[in-house]
Design a protein around this ligand. Structure first.
Ligand code: NAD
Length: 469
């Protein structure tokens, strides 16, 4: 066969395959299920899978979710170890807990609640229908957790998903993509209902965002990605940055507050977007709070030590501070080591007293460092806490038994998550009531996302029938 004829035949086959909605046979799938070398192939594959999923019942989707829960519990440690190794951030024990939380408390199909209107004119049904193929961009801070949590909600809603994971966490994110596919196949579900690319890049992200196959976008990350997403012209859910303040007033159980704040702020080395990132403490309880925090794994630094720590973990560009990315999510003892302090065993958080304008208060560090600012009263605390939150409307926390203080702060700060008298993680169902999610959509208003967030409302009307009174 001559060259020209050979090429024409390949092109004809590819076009035939695309028109049939099938996977392009020349596509190079990797050894991980659902992980492709090219975004074009990944998109083709998930589109085919989504069309197949339409033929499955909601009960069958629930079987898929059940298997995802089981495999996530079984492989939580593997993913926790991989995540820490690949990203160099966080710690294994807390990452195991995060995967367990995802497995146990992410809603499934029960989250889809149809509604009905009946009357003289007949019966109208409103059902929660899939969007189709959803494009999802995931962060480096909770890489596999976000892939699994989003997959559960999106599959429960009847969708297919294409991920463009954070390049620095691609292996563990793609391990999770493979896990979800294994779980779905075991339940008799379609191949490639969740896909990803082996080497995610800005180009693969752009291709995903622009593809007509993708009907909805969901991004979890910092301000850059949320902005890019909201400029896409598509229906989008943006889960953006936070910088959660915590207030402790003089009616609080200060001993409990100290332990709760250390536990919340040190969890996974402060990577979670909901974690306490700066503290505003009433003057008359601040000394007790600091002393008690030290009993629970906090190490207090003072004077020059604070400056040395800033020089280590922040970048100062003409007086404007930002994080030195290589320090994000590192263990507390490593920071102390870098400034010449030998940390006592069990140190999990560094604390220091600063004023409210300090970069440790203003910058979202995602490091186990908590600045404590003394305040005189609730109005000062609320004003400074709201300023430090920067209007992200993400998360804020308070320890107080004064109902007026609790309400006043909640109203002023307007955050999606507001935790009272508990560690921050109670806000995503760890020790608090309610389901979990790792995609908290403040900017676009969906709040704590779940299956219902990934569906469209559709109305079906029957006139003059099927009502019984
Ligand atoms: P990041 O913003 O660096 O990356 C997040 C994702 O967005 C990655 O996949 C990255 O490749 C992609 N991305 C970044 N800029 C982009 C752009 N301009 N166009 C397209 N894609 C882009 O965030 P990270 O360091 O991985 O995660 C930490 C940040 O995410 C923090 O700000 C944290 O508060 C936030 N976060 C928010 C939530 C939430 O639910 N609201 C959850 C986790 C993390």
């Amino acid at each position: 066969m001559d060259n020209e004829k050979y090429i024409s035949e390949i092109v004809a086959n590819v076009i035939k395959s695309i028109n049939a909605g099938g996977e392009v046979k020349t596509s190079a799938a990797t050894h991980k299920k659902g992980v492709f070398t090219s975004m074009t192939d990944a998109l083709q594959a998930v589109n085919k899978a989504y069309n197949e999923l339409k033929n499955y019942s909601v009960a069958q989707r629930e079987e898929m979710i059940k298997n995802i829960r089981r495999l996530t519990l079984e492989e939580a440690e593997t993913m926790a170890v991989m995540g820490v190794k690949e990203t160099g951030m966080g710690n294994v024990n807390d990452k195991i807990i995060k995967h367990q939380l995802v497995a146990k408390k992410t809603p499934g199909t029960e989250d889809l609640k149809p509604s009905v209107m009946t009357g003289d004119a007949g019966l109208t049904l409103v059902e929660m229908a899939p969007y189709g193929v959803i494009g999802s961009i995931t962060p480096s801070t909770n890489p596999s957790e976000t892939v699994i949590c989003n997959s559960m909600g999106m599959i429960a809603g009847g969708n297919g998903v294409v991920f463009n994971p954070h390049p620095n966490a691609k292996d563990v994110a793609n391990y999770a993509v493979d896990l979800v596919n294994r779980a779905v196949l075991e339940a008799g579900g379609p191949e490639n209902i969740v896909v990803s690319v082996e080497n995610p890049t800005k180009e693969s992200s752009d291709e995903m965002m622009q593809s007509p196959i993708v009907r909805m976008l969901v991004a979890t990350g910092g301000p850059g990605v949320v902005k890019a997403l909201l400029s896409s012209g598509k229906k989008a859910i943006g889960a953006g940055a936070g910088n959660p303040p915590v207030i402790v007033d003089d009616t609080a159980d200060v001993l409990k507050a100290a332990k709760d704040i250390v536990d919340g702020a040190s969890f996974d080395n402060n990577l979670p977007c909901i974690a306490e990132k700066e503290c505003f403490a009433f003057n008359n309880i601040a000394d007790t709070l600091i002393t008690e925090m030290q009993k629970h794994g906090a190490y207090l630094i003072k004077g020059d030590e604070i400056q040395k720590l800033m020089d280590t973990c922040l970048v100062n560009k003409d007086g404007k501070y930002s994080i030195n990315k290589k320090w994000v999510g590192k263990d507390a003892y490593k920071f102390l080591e870098a400034i010449g302090i030998n940390a006592p065993a069990g140190t999990k958080l560094i604390i220091c007293e600063t004023d409210a304008s300090h970069p440790f208060v203003q910058v979202e560090l995602m490091m186990p460092i908590l600045a404590i600012v003394r305040v005189n009263d609730i109005d000062e605390a609320i004003a400074k806490a709201c300023q430090a939150e920067h209007g992200n409307r993400h998360s804020a926390h308070i320890h107080s038994k004064n109902v007026d203080h609790l309400s006043k702060f909640a109203k002023a700060v307007e955050t999606t998550i507001f935790v009272k008298n508990a560690p921050s993680y109670a806000g995503i169902g760890a020790g608090g009531e309610g389901y979990t999610t790792f995609t908290i959509a403040g900017p676009t208003g969906e709040g704590l996302t779940a299956a219902h967030s990934f569906t469209r409302s559709r109305r079906c009307v029957l006139v003059d029938g099927l009502h019984i009174v």
